[in-house]
Design a protein around this ligand. Structure first.
Ligand SMILES: [Zn+2]
Length: 1028
């Protein structure tokens, strides 16, 4: 895949649920992630960096456990010390980041450069995690998910690298996982049966009937079919393949489903031997745990057994520059949830930029791209977006620095074919205009301010972000250490801009005008796309089958039976390490939260080390809005900050916001009563943050927006509404399980129904119809009415997180802000929840895989059964759903969860089946009965650890206290809930099984997102509501 494949656990991680407003247009590019995640310490932009001769525990030139320390540098931007080491025997690079952060990270990266699209590196990534020499257990990785309190565990395949990262705050856990990961990559078993399960295989439709038809199965095979059912993924993949076609980037590293069945097990074993050699490995280690223990383990147990080899075979040459631009057109699947057929096209122009290892140049080009693309003050936004002939930027837009050569992309989605030419003309005109007119320095400054602010903003996953953002550069032997000196790079850019008035124009001329390595990629829907794919799949299958002789056929039959047997065998997992209760018994330290009433506004205060940033959240109760108005709140949240105010037009206002704050965002908030789940509240939350010195401006801008928002510009509003609708229909299939659960829950209660209408698949349909039936003036009036009703202090609560030293000042500015807000009458605070009659819904989508879900009402969050059910959900996921729905039936993911709304849900992800999976959900009770005797202390404890991973996940300083603020779950309640999770007994688990699973629940819903299926009623013997 172009960026990264989120493998294995991608579909499974959910935190305490927060309603996701359907705004999903903010795709993070690689570099935005970098900027958002980097944090800490004072900027020294004006001062040259001076290496202080501080005494450090390690020294350059010394050898530690077989590793020679090559370079030590202190990076003040992030308060970290970087230590680069190299293994003397094998040449393995080892990058250690020493930082006072408890969320430690470890990762092993390989440069993997495939020369076909069979998905070799991707299938190898899966197989490496299927058992190794020291841990000969089926799927130790998945088993470890329940024996650890990892804050992150995954493996990913990029276009030219494969990485195996994890993070954890617990040192015992860190040491356990290190052993598993190292053994997995350096000494995997790579069993043939695992290859059949994870990669691809021919198998009889009815396993035990040798006369039944043969079909193709495999986890990655289905994963990739699912990945390419998202048009934006297809577009991005093709952009990469066509932009850098000459070497490894010309292929699909994740695997093209039609090519996957060309891969043999033998190819895979050879590839492992060559590319997973220690000399081709890079090891990353971050945090506060002792380095020496890690080095000793890596050297003694793994690297010392290998000799160095020359790893230049995996190096990637620069793409040869073209002498003339190219055009490529590709077909896509018709998305029945997307825009109308004649508008469902995409176009993008991509231009080759620089080598990734040229870090200052790449950094400056990244900033330049932001200046050109982002927001209403940028040239491309003004020329391409504001004329409103498309659905806005497409997902590929931005600066791409994930490969050896970087490139810039600007593209549009949902436009007519007739407008392709217009796009090209506008592109050229914009480039020339920018060269002629230059840039407004205030605009550039606002982009740089945002970058500097993001350096200070603290993220609890800093180590992972650092790894992900450095991987591509490191992989190409770039200077990753210097690339961390962000404020130096900013200072250098500032000085370049000062020295040469036309600095950026020069770059535009070089990279955009005099650049013949330019690709124009267009994509249009083809009604035959799915048919063509099915036909090609059929032909491939036919060809495969016709080549088989009787010996092969017998082998396939036997393998099918062997695989099923092995999948059903219970393996002894005792060889795997596991945490003990003593490792996790104490809750994490929770900072103190105060609540005061200030000018009648309930205000939550939290003094935490925020690194000179003040965070503000204002939550407006909107339960008093009419049903009609509520339905428009997601749209309201999306446009209100983009329209300007009475005092400032939208361009000026955007500039002001970006130069003083991190942005002012609005989001719908939906909370069920955690005590009884009998009522719910609707809220609208405003969030923002700023450097302490800009806090007066931050409050001033919030006040201006809340009191003087402006919606009258109906031309602009129309454009924003249309872009909004285009954006909400992107990405449904990549989060299909979330949408399926939202819809299934929506069949259980009226509150969940509303939630699905506000943020689920139903929301897309609602918005499309709404726009058809109402003119923009009417929409404008409705939105105005919402703002007028909502923004007042009588129905508001706030939360402020700031450092101790700035707290008093923050409070002073907050009080001034409150004084200006109007007082209204208090509106009602909550609505009652009504449970619904059971029903079933099938959303017919033009995709080749299914997402299935079943939900039922179980118990409210604070009910004593809730923690038990949460433990049970983990147990059922790990011991029942994963083995059956994933391993045996071939879905990419499956699981169960219970939300804070009290709804218990099952889901499957990229699933070849529907009726069969729903049947498996229904059979949970029968399975639990047969499993009853096997529930022992260890399985119970593992399920508890799964819950603790979520409960104890680290929280950013700006978000401390959020659970109390949103859900009224106090720290005492949290601690009680946590200890309840830890104390769950086997008997209690058995009790809830009988109480909640024995009888079909009174209120449940089932939902499928997937292809048309006329046999569904026959297969399920139930009546389905079909929505197409
Ligand atoms: Zn995968």
């Amino acid at each position: 895949m172009l960026t990264r494949l989120q493998c294995l656990t991608a579909a499974v991680r959910t935190k305490r649920p927060i309603v996701q407003c359907a705004r999903r247009n903010s795709k993070l590019t690689f570099d935005e992630v970098l900027n958002k995640e980097k944090s800490k310490t004072t900027l020294q932009a004006e001062l040259p960096y001076i290496m202080t001769h501080r005494k450090y525990k390690y020294s350059e030139g010394k050898v530690y456990h077989g590793f020679e320390c090559k370079r030590i540098e202190y990076i003040p931007d992030f308060e970290l010390t970087s230590c680069t080491l190299r293994h003397v025997g094998t040449g393995t690079e080892f990058w250690y980041i020493d930082r006072n952060d408890t969320n430690n990270v470890f990762s092993i990266n390989f440069r993997t450069t495939p020369f076909d699209s069979t998905g070799l590196p991707h299938i190898l990534e899966h197989l490496a995690l299927c058992g190794s020499k020291n841990f000969p257990v089926r799927d130790p990785f998945f088993k470890m998910l329940n024996r650890s309190v990892a804050t992150f565990m995954n493996a990913m395949t990029g276009p030219d690298y494969t990485l195996y990262p994890f993070s954890t705050m617990n040192e015992a856990d860190f040491r356990n996982l290190q052993k598993i990961y190292l053994d997995a990559v350096f000494r995997p078993n790579l069993d043939y049966l695992d290859f059949l399960q994870e990669g691809w295989r021919l198998e009889h439709k009815e396993l035990n009937n040798q006369k039944s038809d043969l079909i193709i199965k495999g986890v990655v095979y289905n994963e990739m079919k699912g990945a390419f059912s998202e048009n934006s993924q297809v577009f991005m993949q093709n952009l990469l393949n066509n932009m850098l076609p000459d070497h490894t980037y010309g292929y699909v590293s994740g695997g093209n489903p039609l090519e996957i069945p060309k891969l043999t097990h033998d190819d895979l074993v050879k590839f492992h031997k060559k590319y997973y050699h220690p000399s081709n490995a890079r090891i990353f280690c971050y945090g506060s745990f002792d380095l020496m223990r890690t080095l000793e383990l890596v050297d003694k147990k793994y690297l010392s057994q290998h000799e160095a080899i020359n790893n230049s075979y995996s190096r990637i040459p620069s793409q040869l520059r073209w002498s003339r631009p190219r055009n490529v057109h590709i077909p896509s699947r018709l998305d029945n949830m997307g825009a109308s057929f004649n508008r469902q096209n995409q176009i993008a122009i991509a231009l080759m930029m620089c080598d990734i290892t040229d870090i200052q140049e790449s950094f400056e080009l990244n900033v330049l791209c932001e200046v050109l693309i982002r927001g209403p003050n940028s040239a491309f936004y003004q020329s391409l977006i504001e004329p409103n002939f498309s659905g806005g930027y497409n997902q590929s837009t931005g600066y791409s620095s994930d490969c050896k050569d970087t490139y810039f992309v600007v593209g549009l989605q949902d436009l007519k074919v007739e407008d392709f030419k217009k796009f090209n003309d506008l592109f050229d005109k914009t480039v020339l205009k920018t060269i002629k007119e230059g840039f407004e320095s205030q605009h550039i400054e606002s982009v740089l301010h945002n970058l500097e602010l993001s350096l200070k903003h603290q993220s609890p996953h800093f180590g992972n972000a650092l790894l992900f953002n450095s991987t591509a550069l490191w992989n190409h032997e770039g200077d990753v250490v210097s690339s961390l000196r962000v404020s130096e790079m900013i200072a250098k850019l500032r000085s370049n801009l000062k020295d040469s008035k036309n600095y950026f124009q020069g770059k535009i001329e070089q990279y955009m005008v005099n650049n013949t390595h330019k690709l124009t990629l267009t994509m249009s829907p083809d009604e035959m796309y799915e048919e063509n794919f099915k036909q090609a799949e059929k032909d491939m299958l036919k060809q495969k089958v016709s080549a088989l002789d009787s010996v092969n056929l017998e082998e396939i039959y036997q393998n099918g039976i062997k695989l099923e047997k092995s999948q059903k065998t219970i393996h002894n997992t005792d060889v795997l390490p596991c945490l003990s209760i003593a490792d996790v018994k104490d809750p994490p330290n929770l900072p103190k939260i105060e609540t005061n009433t200030i000018q009648n506004v309930l205000t939550q205060l939290c003094k935490v080390p925020t690194n000179e940033i003040t965070y503000l959240k204002c939550l407006f109760n909107i339960t008093g809005l009419t049903q009609d108005e509520v339905m428009l709140v997601p749209l309201f949240c999306n446009v209100i900050n983009d329209m300007g105010t009475q005092k400032h037009d939208f361009r000026t206002f955007d500039k002001l916001i970006l130069s003083k704050t991190a942005g002012i965002d609005f989001k719908l908030n939906f909370v069920e009563n955690v005590k009884d789940a009998k009522s719910y509240r609707l809220g609208l939350m405003m969030t923002t943050y700023a450097l302490d010195k800009n806090v007066p401006d931050m409050f001033g801008l919030c006040q201006e927006l809340l009191l003087n928002f402006r919606l009258e510009d109906t031309g602009r509003l129309k454009m924003l509404v249309e872009n909004y609708i285009s954006n909400i229909s992107v990405g449904i299939t990549s989060s299909g399980h979330i949408y399926a659960m939202l819809s299934a829950s929506g069949l259980v209660s009226d509150a969940a129904k509303l939630k699905s209408l506000l943020s689920g698949v139903d929301h897309i349909d609602f918005m499309k119809n709404y726009l058809q039936q109402n003119n923009i003036e009417k929409i404008c009036d409705k939105l105005k009415a919402i703002g007028k009703k909502v923004f007042n202090k009588s129905n508001m609560r706030s939360a402020i997180n700031s450092s101790d030293s700035y707290h008093a000042s923050a409070m002073h500015h907050y009080e001034c802000f409150l004084e200006k807000l109007p007082m209204f009458e208090k509106t009602k605070s909550s609505n009652e929840i009504k449970l619904l009659e059971p029903s079933l819904q099938h959303y017919v989508m033009n995709i080749p895989v299914n997402y299935c879900a079943k939900s039922f009402f179980a118990a409210p969050y604070l009910h004593e059964d809730h923690p038990v059910l949460r433990v049970l959900a983990k147990f059922v996921s790990a011991k029942y759903l994963l083995p059956v729905v994933r391993e045996q039936n071939g879905a990419y993911g499956a699981g169960a969860k219970i939300g804070s709304d009290g709804l218990f849900s099952f889901f499957s992800y990229r699933d070849p089946h529907s009726a069969k999976t729903l049947n498996a959900f229904d059979n949970t009770y029968e399975w639990l009965l047969t499993e009853n005797a096997n529930i022992d202390q260890q399985t119970l404890f593992e399920a508890k650890l799964g819950v603790l991973q979520q409960l104890d996940s680290p929280i950013a300083p700006g978000n401390v206290g959020i659970d109390y603020f949103l859900y009224e779950v106090s720290q005492e309640m949290f601690v009680k809930y946590r200890s309840r999770v830890l104390s769950v007994t086997v008997d209690e688990l058995r009790n809830v099984i009988h109480r909640y699973f024995k009888e079909e629940p009174a209120h449940f819903g089932k939902c499928i997102l997937g292809p048309a299926n006329d046999k569904l009623e026959q297969e399920t013997k139930l009546k389905w509501k079909v929505i197409s």
